[in-house]
Design a protein around this ligand. Sequence first.
Ligand SMILES: NC(=O)c1ccc[n+]([C@@H]2O[C@H](COP(=O)([O-])OP(=O)(O)OC[C@H]3O[C@@H](n4cnc5c(N)ncnc54)[C@H](OP(=O)(O)O)[C@@H]3O)[C@@H](O)[C@H]2O)c1
Length: 304
Amino acid sequence: MSKQTVALVGGTGHLGSLIADAVLDKPDAQLRLFVRPGSRPKTEGLEKRGARVVEGDIGPNDSRAPASLCEGATTIISAVQGGPDVIIEGQARLLRAARDAGVRRFIPSDFSLDLFKVKPGQIDTSDWRRQFATLADAERGTVEVVHVLNGGFLDRAVLFGFIRVIDVETQTAYVWGDGKQPMDWTTYFDTARYTAEVATDERPVPRAFKIAGDVLNFDSIVRAYKTGSKKKLLRIERLGSLEDLDAHIDELKKAGPANFLTYLPLMYYRSILNGEGKLNELMNDRYPLIRPTTVREYIEREGL
Ligand SMILES: NC(=O)c1ccc[n+]([C@@H]2O[C@H](COP(=O)([O-])OP(=O)(O)OC[C@H]3O[C@@H](n4cnc5c(N)ncnc54)[C@H](OP(=O)(O)O)[C@@H]3O)[C@@H](O)[C@H]2O)c1
């Protein structure tokens, strides 16, 4: 049986490197990486495992490399991070190269809550991804575009970091509103494994592929922390109503784009806490061999 070629852009990044490993673990797939020349040293380990590299950039000055990347590929996965120049314009260049090369499937760099339900202006980075999705619908030709949606990352960097539902250092859990809304969390590792399955699936995949390792409301996350860590000291800070959160974000936005990273996590937490970004109809069962990590298991395993 000939192997499918999966081409990955962003394979030097946090999520992308895990996707690269997950694709290399599949006996029926080979991996082609698209890497900016200056970042090539980061791919040494993946190249040792058999990944091939095409050097290039999805920016405006490199039209040849995306075509070489896509030639003969079955699926393109994008795990890039950046502003609208990368997420809208760069991914559009990549999608057009995929379409022109006859690629079967394209997975854009979404990996988030349900960005299709989030209203315009609520999360800037979701606005860009929806704009790319609209463009992709118009320009994809026969390419199947699949948006992988996993909720928030159930990891130190996000649940316990960027969004900071729990700050492990100060032993404090933070919430706005009543916290009763169920929330979707999936580890980077599990998201990468599901993405590798979607990339190599011979069957048509739904346009939005939705998974979650765990679905918990705020009180259940606190309980999972207490049982998983065996610490009893967790302090709970109720920061105000969801309307107070709106006002806080508006206030932070007044300082302009330089303040972006102070209000972006709050924008995500708002759309998680008010249910706007909730993933309905989870599709974990499509790949039953993956048993994703729960919040409690992650806390135990990481010793948080
Ligand atoms: N759901 C959540 O909680 C959550 C949280 C965080 C991130 N995410 C999403 O996960 C995805 C990946 O994020 P990440 O944190 O893993 O990103 P990351 O670690 O910052 O990696 C970004 C990757 O994009 C590459 N890249 C950027 N611009 C490029 C260009 N012009 N041409 C080629 N490659 C380019 C980088 O290459 P270099 O090595 O050359 O810089 C790097 O490999 C994003 O869609 C992000 O929004 C979701």
